[in-house]
Design a protein around this ligand. Sequence first.
Ligand code: ATP
Length: 401
Amino acid sequence: SAGEVADTFGFGAYVVGGFVRDMFLCRSNEDVDIVVEGSGIAFAREFARIHNARVHTYEKFGTAVVILPDGFKIDVVTARMEYYRFPADLPTVEMSSIKLDLYRRDFTINTLAIRLNADRFGILIDFFAAQKDIKEKAIRILHNLSFVEDPTRVFRAIRFEQRFGFTIGKLTSGLIRNAVKMDFFKKLSGRRTFNELRHIFEEENPTPAIERMHDYDLLRIIHPDLRPDRKLIANFMAVKKVLAWHDLLFLDEAYLRWVVYFMVLIRQFDRETTRQICEKFAMSPRHQVIFCKDRFLADRCLFYLGRNIPLKNSILYRELSAFRAELLLYMMAVTRSRAIKKGISQYFTHLRHITTSVKGRDLKAMGIEPGPVYREILDAILDARLNGKLRSRDDEINFVR
Ligand code: ATP
């Protein structure tokens, strides 16, 4: 019906990009992108009206997001009509607006489109040999100035290459080396650069991408001393395992994967160097606190736990309850002590949910004068409970008496 809506306006409409690519790769993709030749905003409003959907529009960019009642999301963009400016004053080529829109994209594999209009509904449009490159498992840019235009594509190339098990094409690879040699990245803002890096650390397995970044001498964008040595690779593998463990048990608890990987990546650096890295990438204050402060507290905590083996539950609880999930997962991944790892997992699955059943008001009912002593009593009950000495509410009450 998207096609019908487009037809009523006389617009061309196409499903494009990742969704079509993933169809050919037999991978699921929850995001649908539609390109409209005309007004993407008018199309999105009408489509949303018919489907009882919510719509957010961004007039300045001619884009909109439609959210259907079941939560399904559709991104709508307007195929830009203005002439494409070739940086080197190449002859301007006549192109239909969908072709022009696709020509601006990052890699050939992302340039497939399917027509939605009734006239030629469902035909596959492949201007740039995307099907051939999918068959050849190749990541290729569309023209030689692609990385000049947008150097973040270098990171995207590596991310797609590793995600799909493809290979970056020879010419594209040469252009990446050139981009690194000429340091195209210096004109990029730290925020944009980091945004692409973050996507790499959100991938299922970022380890090979890190090695690939090293092949292209790209890790120096994070820090000149960064190398994927055996220790770093082992830690990355450990993160992958720990995250898989966590996701299996706590499917619905959200956390940021990239944060765990990034902490491990920059673990070798001291506080001041870490601060400089955060600054360079213009990280939000919230993330700066995690990398510059919490991460160091977590390392100190690991050291402390190491000196208190065998670990009592009350110690685990006291030491770990201040840390958010990302930090606990980080600690599990980097510790070499089985006892600590087991202790943290025990905290995760168990201890963190334990509370006392006796509360302040019970103490009051027992005739204890309110004051700082309440905290001490309740803490003592919790400790005893954590260490398995109290099992019921009656036990707790007797303990107080
Ligand atoms: P993912 O599964 O990671 O979301 P995707 O292909 O959907 O993959 P997005 O980053 O969501 O990737 O981008 C959507 C589309 O926009 C892509 O298919 C791509 O063609 C285009 N695109 C995104 N970033 C760029 C860029 N820097 N330069 C050119 N085209 C881009």
